[in-house]
Design a binder for this molecule. Structure first.
Ligand code: NAP
Length: 313
């Protein structure tokens, strides 16, 4: 184990983690950020971000995250490209076991975000990366002239369906109800797009591969009538929400029934010196700007905690 005890370690490098890093670094707390398995977080898998204040023309998600990273590094944040496997958050200092090393810190900010939810089909797992995807921005370009399915009725599904029409011949949105959850503006964009067709009150019951190692079709079930039909399809994009990345902490911290970390005052968890921010906490707002705001709160809370213990210099 590294002998040095850091003042604050931030776990996660999405909007919450990097904003916490900017604030902690500017407060001379020499923060260390553990990058995690997806450096930059979910915004790196999105395209135009039109609602992050300060970018009237919009900004691409990966560029926004790159700028946040540069801003954090400018003030001395140290980035470690690794992931947290186990934690002891009750000891003092707190101990974090990473893939390649172990580190210690007086304060910890958990900003591990959330990961895409899956439908739960056997074929979905088997064909992941072979026609099944949870990231249109990452994989859309592989599907030129293809017939695709998007599962979901939220903003992500509308955004991804619209994005995929740049490449695909046809995009079918399969949604389990007859009403979308997505915001009006995103709905309208999708409704106007001639390449998008909606299959309402329906679910993907199976993903077909006809003995090949790639998606060749999908079995769609009408949830009202129970009828099923097979469609010839080249790819299935799943956009049905997310699950919080709280597994390494769940034994030591309280979570709700869906695994979201519970915070009490501001960003404080029930353990002294452990703070949480962003999508691993928040299942209501889940925006880049709210995650960033929560990251700021966590850094300020950590700073006050360290100052009270005289550990801030
Ligand atoms: P979401 O809002 O939770 O929507 C998930 C969708 O998937 C819902 O339509 C839901 O159906 C459906 N669904 C959930 N579980 C399912 C299952 N097991 N099988 C089939 N369908 C299922 O998630 P999201 O679209 O990822 O959006 C998350 C947050 O990010 C939201 O706050 C959203 O506004 C935000 N976001 C914003 C933008 C943007 O503004 N550019 C883009 C993407 C996301 P029901 O409707 O029936 O529950």
């Amino acid at each position: 184990m590294e002998n040095q005890v850091h003042k604050v370690v931030i776990i996660g490098s999405g909007a919450a983690g990097l904003t916490a890093a900017v604030y902690a670094a500017r407060a001379n707390l020499d923060p260390v950020v553990i990058d995690g398995t997806m450096p930059g977080g979910q915004l790196t898998t999105t395209t135009d971000v039109e609602n992050f204040p300060g970018f009237p023309e919009g900004v691409m998600g990966p560029e926004l995250m790159d700028r946040m990273r540069q801003q954090a590094e400018r003030f001395g944040t140290k980035m470690i490209f690794d992931q947290v496997l186990e934690v002891d958050l009750k000891s003092n200092p707190k101990k974090l076991k990473l893939g390649q090393s172990e580190i210690q810190a007086h304060a910890v900010v958990i900003a591990t975000g959330a990961s895409p939810k899956l439908i739960g089909l056997e074929a979905e797992k088997k064909l992941m990366g072979r026609g099944v995807s949870t990231c249109a921005t990452c994989d859309g370009a592989f599907f030129r002239n293809a017939d695709l399915i998007i599962v979901g009725g939220g903003d992500s599904a509308m955004e991804e369906a619209t994005f995929l029409t740049k490449f695909a011949k046809k995009v079918y949105v399969v949604h389990r109800r007859h009403e979308l959850r997505a915001s009006k503006i995103m709905q309208e964009r999708a409704f106007k797009n001639e390449k998008i067709e909606f299959i309402w009150d329906s679910a993907v019951d199976d993903i077909l591969s006809e003995g090949k190692n790639e998606v060749t079709g999908a079995r769609i079930k009408n949830l009202k009538t129970g009828e099923t039909k097979d469609m010839k399809i080249d790819g299935v994009f799943v956009a049905i929400g997310h699950v919080p990345n709280s597994a390494p902490f769940a034994k030591q911290l309280k979570t709700d029934e869906n695994g979201y970390i519970l915070v009490t005052k501001g960003s404080a968890t029930e353990l002294p010196g452990v703070f949480a921010a962003g999508d691993c906490v928040d299942h209501v707002y889940r925006q880049a700007i709210t995650a960033a705001g929560m990251g700021c709160m966590a850094a300020l809370d950590a700073e006050r905690y360290l100052a009270n213990l005289g550990l801030d210099d």
